[in-house]
Design a protein around this ligand. Sequence first.
Ligand code: GLC
Length: 690
Amino acid sequence: MITKIKYGTPIETGTVVGKADAEADRPIFLTQVCNFILSYRLGQKDVVYGLGEAVRGINKRGWRYTSSNINDSLHTEDKQSLYAAHNFILVDGAERFGVFVDYAGTITWDIGYSDLNLLTISVDRPDFYLYIITAPTESQIICELRQLTGRSYIPPKWAFGYGQSRWSYMNADEVRTVVKKHRELGLPLDVVWLDIDYMENYKDFSISEAAFPNMKEFVDEMRREGVHLAPVIDAGVKIEDGYDIYEEGKNNGYFCKRADESDFVAGVWPGRVCFPDFLNEEAREWFGSKYKLFLDMGIYGFWNDMNEPAIFYSEENLEEVFNKISEYRSKNLDIYTFFTFKNMVSNISRHAEDYELFWHECGDEKIRHDKVHNLFGYNMVRAAADAFDKMAEDKRVLLISRSSCIGAHRYSGVWTGDNYSWWSHLLLNIRMMPSLNMCGFLFSGGDIGGFSGNTTEDLMMRWLAFGVFTPLMRNHSAMATRRQELWEFSQTEGFRNIVRLRYILLPYIYSEFMKAVLNDGMYFKPLSFDYPDDEDARTVEDELMVGESILIAPVYEQNATGRYVYLPEEMLLVRWTGDVSMSRRVYEKGRHYIHVALDEVIFFIRPDHLVPVSRGGDCVERTDFNHLMLLEFIKHKAVYELYDDDGETRDYQNPAHYATIYLEKDGEPTVSATRAITVERLAEPSYRPK
Ligand code: GLC
């Protein structure tokens, strides 16, 4: 049941596509402190889920979070905002309800920060829509939210393969080497992500002729290797006379404007840029049409970046800073003047006031950016996705975004931005995944190995072992950091085995992902969603349910030889050491210490559940999804609904994509399907675990 409450005169965000069941004047559950502050007294054991991409735990209690998209790469636990604003929480306790705030400006979610047991939601202007969602279970609340905000984005199947990225592979030969190394060493690979240096002087929709001569041929060459290229597209358009995109944007008035109608100018990678006004439908269409350049070359994968939008400096602020610097030059900088001066310089970027300097054209209205700030990234991916619908009507296109709000989940996936090569960020990555799923972002993942800072071999391995399960599995790192392509380390075989497992598990991963999308469900869940009556499961912050059959418990501490795992019921431990037979052992409900060697991956299968697996492959198109083996834990019998399709076209709902697999204890599996697939039990392993 969804109840909608309207406050003031909200700006229409377009994020809601479904209907509420009822409208009301005042919210249920929440106390209306005033027309922009709502509160709720939390019971001691209440859990608050949600907020998608945010710092801290799966249970969001004990901190204050702010919905205000920001380009901040230092994701420490004292931060209140990251790149995305996912305005949904689920309160789970004596009362159970979801709260979605449809609002484009800033919201503060004080979840037990000012007062341990008080939840306060403060919206910075009294003009928004509030949706209260009630349902008997957590998963049903999520399902209702999805029905309200629309089905999640579906990428092509190859996007589930392993991806290698670096800021930047500087030219075609470097990319060739990446591919060659993977193929030579038997490291599976599907995607090479191209960072900003493929462009000519960081100009969107340009390709450096010197670095990538004849891109079309290069794309074909890569396709023959089973590899797809995915270039980055940034939000800012370089100001340069004669550059077609800039000229067109300027001449047609498609850029965001200052109060005096001149184009707003900011500094990003190429130096001075203008921002396309993605909130203006015509500008969106124009920018989207530019992807044709790549589609025509056979490039069907992209990442949209710097779309908070990130501003290194605005012309206005830079001018002020320069003036102050001249003024300070002749001064004796004492304690106060020095720190004022220092802060002024170090705060040139992420200068909140910059967002008050430009306007959007939304229909007949002009709206100042800060009022619709959180909609910018969403409208950037919308521009791309709408264009793909027209230009690649029946083909899926891989698209991920750094910035987003709920609504963007219909158009793209997300990566979690510039994390660090820190063990704490591996844990943060684990915890963010179910929260992102609640908000609709199923195709998601973090930069495996960590983006900033120097990674270590053991961190890379443990992170990769978790990445086996994230729909987006991408190794990405910043310039000037230690190289972290998998062959850069000593344990090539260990890395190879871990990535191979991804491809072995792909039939399950893809099937669970697609069913989660098509049923408005979740691929990653907190344990409590599947075991709602288990008090202990409610407190678990470092294990996740992956689809309907698997529980994962990743190792995220350096030098750990294993970890404690809480099992909410008896489960089968599967230990992957590199041999497809995989060792197995049943563990009872409760807490267990499980040893996990650095090059191993473990996961657990629920009783009477199946995990269909393939024999692996070096890329998705060379992985056989039709002759499957079953990993199972059968006490009586299991029925598994398997989803598979061609992975390219958009005919998702076709019943022919489903097959039902039946397996009884000691019996042989049978499958009912309209397509030709075979299933067999995976033989018991011939060796014992390490
Ligand atoms: C941003 C992105 C990062 C990318 C870099 C250069 O920091 O988040 O992934 O590598 O820009 O384009």
